[in-house]
Design a protein around this ligand. Structure first.
Ligand SMILES: [Ca+2]
Ligand SMILES: [Ca+2]
Ligand SMILES: [Ca+2]
Length: 334
């Protein structure tokens, strides 16, 4: 316990020593979620297979205004479906340094927390310079205690619970001891955590961040990891999503107007190929996740067959949307 208090005190002392205190709470830090394409899974390819594991990598991203220095963040995230990805042999709680990624590309998609300079500056090991794990997500407000990160880690920080490993929860607060002297200074956008989820995953993400300029005032955030493949937004991924999937392929704006319950960013739950875009190339993965969700009805199979019939060859993927639009125009003109 003394160690945790020391780290928190050290964070505050290090950040405050330059005198950049402010009594006014400003929106100098904003938090968002972005989806990251998964381009190279060598080193753990089976665990990240697009059509059987359905991986999605999300970055928790902070945008920082002039004069600010992000200092700490917290995450409380529980997946009510699916699980967090932990690298099979090189799982860690913090971002791997570039040398580790160079030797095993899949480690870059491990679920981890980090600091604005990532792994830069660390000469060995896996710990970005200055990163300190403090405890669970409400640290230190209500009940200081052991945080949780998914999967087993050798030599895990004593502020994290090594005896209660859950693969569907992240509950952690961390900070940057070097915030005031960080190379990332002033206006900038950077990730502070990467969360890779597997399966028909869905969850929420709440927490806070703070920086020196706001006198460490906690800036709260609340974000959603939408259910993978839920194109109509009804809360299930099943044959009922096939019609909405077709609509999304045709015209994204019209799709969202027709299915207002669907999460607004289609690629968050529709990019099954993990190439950063949602398009006809994602039909195979969509079909696979529907099949993984349970036996398809005869009607679902018929609808999927019709969908696939629109795509005679992979080279024609880009034509699907145009074809559907033309068909719709013809109907209107008739
Ligand atoms: Ca991890
Ligand atoms: Ca659905
Ligand atoms: Ca795609």
């Amino acid at each position: 316990m003394r160690g945790i208090r020391y780290v928190k005190a050290a964070l505050f002392a290090a950040a405050g020593s330059a005198g950049l205190w402010s009594s006014t709470a400003n929106a100098t830090l904003t938090v968002s979620l972005t989806r990251v394409a998964i381009s190279n899974t060598s080193g753990d390819a089976a665990a990240l297979d697009n059509n059987t594991k359905f991986p999605r990598a999300f970055d928790l991203v902070v945008t920082q205004q002039a004069g600010e220095h992000w200092t700490f963040g917290s995450i409380l995230s529980t997946l009510n479906a699916g699980s967090f990805y932990s690298h099979t042999t090189l799982n860690n709680d913090v971002q791997p340094i570039p040398a580790v990624v160079a030797g095993n590309a899949a480690t870059q998609f491990d679920t981890y927390v980090t600091t604005p300079d990532g792994g830069a500056g660390a000469s060995s090991g896996l710990n970005p310079t200055g990163l300190q794990l403090l405890g669970k997500s409400d640290y230190p407000t209500t009940s200081p205690g052991l945080g949780k990160m998914p999967g087993a880690v050798t030599g895990r920080a004593p502020s994290l619970d090594n005896a209660n490993i859950t693969n569907n929860q992240v509950d952690v607060t961390w900070g940057d001891l070097n915030a005031q002297s960080s190379a990332v200074n002033g206006p900038a956008t950077f990730k502070i955590a990467r969360l890779t989820v597997l399966g028909k995953s869905q969850g929420t993400l709440v927490g806070h961040v703070g920086g020196t300029l706001n006198n460490f005032t906690e800036v709260p955030y609340s974000l959603t990891i939408p259910l993978n493949g839920d194109f109509n937004g009804y809360g299930f991924t099943n044959g009922g999503d096939i019609t909405a999937f077709k609509s999304a392929l045709t015209n994204d704006a019209a799709y969202h107007a027709a299915f207002p319950l669907a999460f607004p960013i289609t690629s968050f739950y529709g990019d099954f190929t993990n190439d950063g875009a949602f398009n006809g190339g994602d039909i195979t993965g969509f079909k696979a996740i529907l099949s993984a969700a349970g036996p398809l009805s005869a009607d679902d199979v018929a609808q999927l067959s019709a969908l696939e019939a629109l795509v005679p060859e992979p080279a024609s993927f880009g034509l699907i949307g145009a074809g559907i639009v033309l068909a719709a125009r013809r109907r209107r003109m008739a």
